[in-house]
Design a protein around this ligand. Structure first.
Ligand SMILES: [Zn+2]
Length: 301
């Protein structure tokens, strides 16, 4: 077992490591992750004066308590954005859920804070490859995001983890598989920029690097490694396709009335731990994977 990385100059800590392999692939992956992290940090530190976390600004909105050291304006702007997102998350995942109280979101200024919070509990495994996680083991169960120069990217990163946080509240101890949970998180994070999601998907298609659906549906977080971002984008776009484009799975609106489709039904039942073995979606995506894949790849977003 390799030791944890403790160098504070790195913005990302590998707290859950991918399996070591005998051919050195893991070491190569680590080199790439660390080089990328170091470059990002150097870019960031030139632009920012980091304020101590103890003096962070906090703002409480209807759904969230946002804490950040960047500025009060950032806290307010993010809280406003997250409040727009919360009813969408709730509406799709569990409409009858009663929001207990504003939930914490911490935008931390540097890697020392990020690592400290990330490792004090059983942080989501993707905290190592993704600068945002839901810290389930920390007091108050905050979402923790490593601040970025790009405001849009902060929202995208945070929203991913807001969905993990919501699922934890709405369906405690849900045993739903990785693709369901990460797919939902990725879907809502792409809400901020569908154009970007679609252009990334088109780029993978053009370069013949698309991850096959059977892999998207079976891989756990530890085995995504350096392709985690791509997994998330493809999963998010796949959810978009199932929820809004594919005729036999999508939800539709008639005036103000939403007619919920098969995919929403499947997602809720899966999160609730119900038996989905005979569900239309289960049979469709696991027995007709190639047909679904061909149709998904042909979809124009
Ligand atoms: Zn996730």
């Amino acid at each position: 077992m390799r030791p944890l990385f403790l160098a504070l100059s790195l913005p990302i800590l590998i707290s859950h490591q991918p399996s070591a392999t005998s051919d050195g692939a893991y070491e190569k992956l680590m080199d790439r992750v660390l080089a990328k992290a170091q470059a990002e940090l150097q870019k960031t530190t030139k632009l920012r004066v980091v304020r101590p976390w103890a003096t962070a600004w906090t703002t409480t909105s209807k759904y969230y308590v946002v804490k950040t050291t960047e500025s009060y304006a950032q806290a307010k702007a993010l809280a406003k954005s997250f409040d727009q997102m919360a009813p969408l998350i709730q509406g799709l995942i569990k409409p009858d859920f009663t929001w207990p109280h504003p939930m914490p979101v911490w935008i931390v200024p540097d890697v020392a804070n990020y690592n400290q919070i990330g490792t004090s509990g059983d942080a989501d495994a993707h905290s190592s490859n993704y600068a945002s996680h839901f810290s389930q083991g920390s007091t108050g169960k905050p979402v923790v995001v490593l601040n970025q120069p790009n405001a849009q990217y902060v929202k995208i990163l945070a929203t991913h983890s807001l969905v993990h946080q919501f699922i934890d509240r709405a369906y405690p101890n849900s045993q739903a598989r990785t693709w369901v949970q990460e797919g939902l998180c990725s879907y809502f994070s792409l809400y901020w920029d569908w154009k970007w999601g679609a252009s990334e998907l088109a780029r993978y298609k053009k370069t013949n690097t698309l991850i096959p659906i059977r892999i998207l549906l079976s891989r756990n977080i530890d085995s995504m490694g350096s392709k985690m971002d791509q997994h998330f984008i493809e999963l998010g776009m796949f959810f978009n396709y199932m929820l809004h484009y594919r005729e036999d799975t999508k939800s539709t609106t008639d005036g103000n009335k939403v007619q919920e489709g098969q995919f929403v039904d499947y997602i809720r039942n899966t999160l609730a731990g119900k038996n989905i073995g005979d569900h239309f979606i289960q049979k469709l995506i696991f027995r007709k994977t190639r047909d679904v894949e061909a149709d998904f790849r042909a979809q124009k977003f």
